[in-house]
Ligand binder design. Structure first.
Ligand code: NAP
Length: 524
């Protein structure tokens, strides 16, 4: 398709304000055509009106109808996979193979949520029958299930231009729940956003969805994003990005006359603990695993391992191998100049810290828009005394911290919330570190044994969330089928006639879903 550079507002295209942005090729600094026109305030208002008008109809479609829409989106995205693979590397510096892999992950996510909506049991239907003769008080008939919140604003992430972007996990889970979506495109990859946004529109039209079920708005300068969060029509927000961006949206949502939930995935440094026996057994192999995880995607993953804890004197071969690998490591193009500058500034600030040493850095100098692997080292005492050592360095950098197991455990207890914590140890070692495991569970959303945090499986039991600031709400996940719960709320119907009940709560179970009836789970 030829790119038009305008917002998608329901079934029409915007004309845009005078404020234009271009995608910039991070590898060359070259401006990419076309210019993207930010949405005007009238266009934002139109997208909001359409979403609010779509909600009553869209939220009442059956799970099968919503599933068909999500499957159609996946199918439409597959028809433009070559266009994504051509444009994506220019806008993001990511290789074509990564873009193709991420396209497949995105269509897989859409189909996972389609299946969830079609099967229908996610609504957690519960029926308690009336007991008019109960003493001392009669019991009324009460039935409950999860229902969609309303239109959702989704902020696309820079580091996953597909899987956490226009038709990524936030959009898929909100649509599956029954919520219309307005996406604020990320300014880093507007062309890929337009290709995917147009695919979503085609799917909406082919499956007869109400017009306002989906819009895609461009706009830098923060006005469009803040206008969405403040709009009374919006009932929840999904976001992946920086801590400053996520907390700004949380503050804007909390200040509304009707505050709304913001599900922001923000900052995580993903500590990895290596116990001594496993390091003695296979230190070099573990160094290779850590290096692979650290440098994957030029370290631009929210699950990048940014802290490594080891006991003193246990890690000679491990650290020697890590040093060799990092020194031979290659620089890589980062997603955009802001992320690249932030990485260089974070690593040079850390290098200036007293009592923090550079263990190893890549020998090759970084070129235009590039970041290089670097590993720092310090003691657990220095680490615990300086909260700045916990700042996220978004890129291929990590800080190795050495100290006693007791002090390492205390340091993990005091960490800010994380998406993940990882531990490497033999079975015997792991059986002896209950306090450490309890601290890891308390501080993170996913505890990983003998593995590395990068690589997030999209499935029913994945939790990609964690206590603040890894996310704004540690009770939620942004990956996997549980993500749907962010965009729904429980409602009870009391003494309702059958005709007034959703199908999921009617006698005879016409939807055939799993329900809880008078305390017993079943499909009856
Ligand atoms: P970002 O700057 O937070 O931007 C994400 C989205 O939010 C963009 O659409 C942006 O608009 C919007 N936005 C940001 N601040 C806002 C504000 N104050 N008010 C309204 N809208 C706002 O994130 P990014 O560009 O993806 O990456 C920047 C940094 O975020 C990275 O260096 C890294 O530290 C961190 N990051 C973390 C993760 C993670 O998962 N932990 C993932 C990605 C990035 P514009 O498009 O107009 O800028």
């Amino acid at each position: 398709m030829s790119l038009l550079g305008t917002s998608i507002i329901g079934a029409s295209r915007g004309n845009g304000s005078k404020v234009t942005t271009h995608a910039i090729n991070p590898a060359t600094g070259e401006k990419l055509e076309p210019a993207y026109l930010g949405a005007t305030s009238e266009e934002v208002a139109r997208a909001l009106e359409l979403a609010a008008a779509a909600f009553p109809k869209y939220s009442r479609l059956s799970g099968k109808e919503r599933g068909a829409f999500l499957r159609a989106i996946a199918g439409e995205i597959e028809t433009v996979a070559d266009e994504i693979a051509a444009r994506g590397p220019l806008e993001t510096g990511l290789p074509e193979a990564r873009l193709r892999g991420e396209t497949a992950r995105t269509t897989g996510q859409l189909r996972l949520f389609a299946a969830l909506a079609e099967e229908g049991s996610w609504v957690d239907a519960r029926i308690e029958h009336a007991q008019p003769d109960r003493q001392p008080l009669a019991k009324v008939d009460l039935r409950s299930m999860l229902r969609p919140l309303g239109p959702v604003a989704v902020f696309a992430a820079s580091n996953f231009p597909l899987a956490f972007s226009v038709a990524g996990g936030d959009t898929a889970s909100a649509l599956a729940a029954g919520c219309p979506v307005i996406v604020k495109a990320h300014s880093s990859h507007p062309g890929v956003s337009e290709i995917v946004g147009a695919a979503v529109r085609r799917a909406a039209e082919k499956t007869g969805m109400p017009e306002g079920v989906f819009s895609l708005l461009y706009g830098g300068g923060r006005d469009v994003g803040i206008a969405l969060v403040e709009a009374p029509q919006i009932k929840a927000v999904g976001f992946t990005g920086s801590r400053s961006g996520g907390t700004a949206l949380m503050a804007a949502a909390a200040k509304r006359p009707e505050p709304i939930p913001v599900y922001a995935e923000m900052s995580s440094i993903n500590p990895v603990v290596f116990l001594p026996e496993i390091l003695a057994q296979k230190g070099e192999v573990l160094a290779e695993g850590l290096f692979g995880s650290l440098t994957m995607g030029v370290g631009q993953f929210c699950t990048n391992p940014g802290l490594v804890f080891l006991e003193e004197n246990s890690a000679g071969p491990f650290l020697a191998k890590l040093k060799t690998l990092v020194e031979a490591g290659a620089p890589g193009v980062m997603l955009n100049s802001a992320i690249c500058e932030a990485y260089h500034s974070a690593t040079s600030d850390l290098a200036k810290k007293k009592d923090v040493a550079v263990l190893a850095k890549a020998a090759a100098a970084p070129g235009q828009g590039q970041g290089s692997p670097v590993v720092f080292q310090t003691s657990v005492d220095t680490f615990t005394a300086d909260p700045e050592l916990c700042a996220e360095m978004f890129g291929p950098a990590t800080l190795v911290i050495t100290g006693s197991l007791e002090k390492i455990t205390a340091a993990i207890v005091d960490l800010e919330g994380q998406l993940t914590t990882s531990i490497h140890g033999t079975d015997t070692e792991i059986a002896q570190v209950d306090d450490l495991l309890a601290a890891m569970e308390n501080r993170s959303g996913r505890v990983i044994f003998n593995g590395f945090p990068t690589g997030v499986e999209v499935c029913h039991s994945m939790v990609h969330g964690g206590p603040f600031p890894s996310t704004s709400d540690g009770r939620s996940t942004s990956v996997g089928s549980m993500a749907i719960h962010r965009f729904a709320r429980p409602i009870s119907w009391q003494s309702a006639p059958q005709s007034a009940l959703p199908a999921e709560l009617r006698d005879g179970n016409p939807s055939g879903i799993w329900r809880m009836i008078d305390g017993q789970r079943g499909q009856g």
